[in-house]
Write a protein that binds this ligand. Structure first.
Ligand code: GAR
Length: 222
């Protein structure tokens, strides 16, 4: 008997390219999750269109129409529960959540952030990475905890920073890595291959043995 797929909700605020990569990966027969609903806190979020085209229920929950954060989250929770959601994947969802909401979905809510956390939490990540002069940045998929961009790190991808990068060119390079990392990590988590012990990830055998990322590339640096 095949295991039931985990039912995933994706939360977005805009373009939704990560949502798209999660949806596309879910089409594989052996993918352990299915996307059952996409919710945006901005009704004009471009990503909602893609979800609709894919026949995935797509909902704009305009947070500005709710009198408080609690009311908005109450409605969000109602939708998630009605959709029998097992896991929530935040994918460019740019809205802080209350500790109460985060607690309700503890260990069932993931997020992607475009830096190697715990470095460069918050907004304007790429601008700040470039200003700090780091030569390697990347992206992180983590479980959501009440503090912004904190929580057990499930997976990361390292991406070199070029000396002439702008925030836009760096964001584009990291986004490519995001699109590979997030579906893999969500699938592994949905399949129950990752467990959390004392707020740290336990995932035996998951280390990439293939080498080290150097930036600058040692082959071309002299
Ligand atoms: C992505 O780069 C994601 O990592 C970032 O927003 C972008 C959304 O793009 N998220 C955060 O900064 C969260 N702190 P997308 O809508 O095309 O997926």
């Amino acid at each position: 008997m095949t295991a039931l797929k985990k039912r995933v909700a994706i939360l977005i605020s805009g373009r939704g390219s990560n949502m798209r990569s999660l949806v596309e990966a879910s089409r594989a027969a052996n993918c352990p999750y299915e996307v059952v609903v996409v919710i945006a806190n901005r009704p004009d979020a471009a990503g909602l269109l893609f979800a609709k085209e894919q026949n995935i229920p797509a909902l704009g929950l305009d947070h500005t129409r709710y009198e408080s954060r609690d009311h908005f989250e109450g409605q969000l929770h109602t939708v998630l529960t009605a959709s029998k959601v097992d896991l929530v994947a935040c994918a460019g969802f740019m809205r802080l959540m209350t500790p109460e909401f985060v607690q309700k979905w503890r260990d069932r809510m993931l997020n992607i952030h475009p830096s190697l956390l715990p470095a460069f939490k918050g907004l304007h990540t790429h601008e700040r990475s470039i200003a700090a002069g780091v030569r390697i940045s990347g992206c992180t998929v983590h479980l959501v905890r009440p503090a912004m961009d904190e929580g057990p790190i499930l997976g990361q991808a390292a991406v070199p920073v070029a000396v002439d990068d702008t925030a836009e060119t760096l964001a584009a390079r990291i986004l490519e890595a995001e699109h590979k990392l997030y579906p893999r990590i969500l699938a592994a988590y949905a399949a129950g291959r990752i467990s959390i012990v004392d707020e740290r990830v336990s995932w035996p055998g998951s280390v990439n043995q293939s080498g080290t990322l150097f930036s600058p590339d040692l082959g071309s640096a002299s």
